[in-house]
Design a protein around this ligand. Structure first.
Ligand code: ADP
Ligand code: MG
Length: 471
């Protein structure tokens, strides 16, 4: 099958069904190497290839939520695979079986042609200029005790960007609690209400990357004046500016310019400003000029409300006792609640099973282990090295250098906590150490964590960073 990649697809060439199938098989085998088996079985096996025209592979998906899920979670790997297999001009388009229509049609006439039952769904165009995801809106953001203040302030800011005393607006809280959703809702509301206002959303990581690129291409001034020209600047996960002095310095100046000219600044973080150790004090004090609001984990009622709301979104009827079961068992994170519901719907719709409490129990269990399945030791070692600013190959070296030993111990500690790998496997990953070294590493980190508060914060910040990609 490997030689398939040498097929030269002329733009106008139409391929036979067999060709299309084997090309898709080739894609699948590449995808399989990059995702967990469960993900592969649930989200990739049900995809049916239809045709290839003008280097565009058209596939059929079972439902709308299936497409949304794929698009949100796996678009990178899908795009990469398509380009690998079809060449750089290769594209993918989706066709979705309209569930309801299909069922009705089937009843009416059994031999109805497939063409009538599928409709092509165009991918909504992302608003590139703002980076805002139109999915994040106030009207699908559920209010609860945990987000009351943050939500109220967000509303006020959207009505009067830059004109309230909530400038900057600084919102903090744990992973998956709605920070990104809320700050993007503000942006979306503002562009709707004030179409002339220039709004931009980005993570502090992207900000850093763009800054570094602007240095390399000698365009720092352009970079800086672009952000200074915004009416509303929204920066997500600002904690990742820690340790990046130059970026902080530039951001400090942008912040001042914007604030002086009453432009709205909105920031999110995993902790309050005063706990952002390692961030320039000038920034920390400025972050406290406006309003700081936290988001707390949702209480039971809110968890149920969120599940009800999302179930409705997907057009599925799920009984209250099932929603309550999920809400009682997934407690700390809204993203996980959502993930559980989607998985339940997927499990039911793909296996033509009804949604009952047994299926719900099974799904909740799967969710609990999902995270562990998804994170790999390599991911952890990458994240740790990036966080501590050391080259990744160093972590496996036989050296007693303090910072390397520390990085290695941290990576072992997280590998034990966040993956299912055995101590032996973990040891092997870090330069062939044995399991007792791993135990020793875990104990030392645990000890440092208990003794030293700033160490505890470093560890938690790092854990959040690792989890961010997988929860
Ligand atoms: P964070 O940025 O704090 O890690 P996100 O904003 O990414 O969290 O939220 C995780 C998921 O949960 C998103 O899909 C988001 O839409 C959803 N979500 C979070 N809070 C709410 C809420 N109050 N109402 C509805 N959905 C929410
Ligand atoms: Mg976020």
């Amino acid at each position: 099958m490997d030689n398939l990649k040498f097929i030269n697809l002329e733009p106008t060439e139409n391929l036979t069904k067999t060709d299309v199938n084997s090309i898709w098989k080739n894609c699948l085998s590449r995808i399989k190497e990059n995702v967990t088996l469960m993900t592969y079985n649930t989200w990739f096996l049900p995809i049916r290839p239809i045709e290839i025209l003008n280097n565009n592979l058209k596939v059929q998906l079972p439902s709308q939520f299936f497409w949304e899920w794929l698009d949100e979670h796996y678009s990178t790997i899908i795009n990469k695979t398509i380009k690998e297999v079809l060449g750089s001009s290769g594209t993918l388009s989706y066709v979705i079986t309209d569930d309801k229509e299909t069922k009705e049609e089937n009843i009416k006439k059994e031999n109805a042609s497939l063409v009538n039952k599928i409709k092509v769904v165009e991918k909504p165009k992302p608003a590139h200029e703002t980076n805002l995801n139109p999915r994040y809106r106030f009207d699908n953001f559920i209010r609860g005790e945990g987000n009351q203040l943050a939500r109220a302030a967000a509303g006020a800011i959207s009505d009067n960007p830059g004109e309230t005393s909530f400038n900057p607006f600084f919102i903090y809280g744990g992973v998956g609690l709605g920070k990104t959703h809320l700050i993007q809702s503000i942006g979306n509301q503002i562009i709707e209400k004030f179409p002339d206002k220039k709004v931009i959303y980005l993570s502090s990581d992207s900000f850093t990357v763009e800054f570094v690129e602007s240095i390399q291409s000698n365009k720092v001034n352009e970079f800086s004046s672009f952000y200074r020209s915004m009416d509303v600047l929204i920066i997500d996960d600002i904690q990742f500016l820690i340790g990046k002095e130059k970026t902080q310095d530039l951001f400090f100046h942008i912040f001042n310019t914007l604030h002086q000219s009453r432009k709205q600044i909105i920031l999110s973080s995993d902790k309050p400003p005063k706990d952002l150790k390692g961030l320039d004090d000038r920034l920390i004090s400025r972050f406290q000029w406006g309003l700081t609001a936290d988001i707390q984990p949702p209480e039971l009622e809110m968890r149920i409300a969120i599940l009800k709301n999302k179930a409705e979104d997907y057009g599925m009827l799920v009984s209250t006792d099932i929603l309550e079961y999920i809400a009682n068992n997934i407690t700390s994170n809204i993203r996980e609640l959502e993930g559980c519901l989607i998985k339940l719907l997927a499990n039911a719709s793909l296996n033509s099973k009804e949604i009952n409490i047994e299926l719900a129990k099974k799904t909740v269990k799967e969710i609990a282990t999902d995270r562990k399945v998804n994170i790999t030791i390599d991911d952890i070692s990458k994240a740790v090295c990036a966080y501590l600013n050391i080259a990744e190959n160093k972590i496996r070296e036989k050296t007693r250098k303090k910072e390397i030993v520390f990085a290695r111990q941290l990576a072992m500690y997280f590998s034990k906590e966040l993956t299912k790998s055995s101590l032996k496997t973990i040891g092997l990953h870090f330069g062939g150490r044995d399991h007792s070294t791993v135990i020793h590493a875990c104990n030392s980190i645990e000890e440092m964590k208990n003794k030293d508060n700033s160490m505890k914060e470093l560890i938690e910040g790092l854990r959040n960073k690792i989890m961010l990609n997988y929860s």
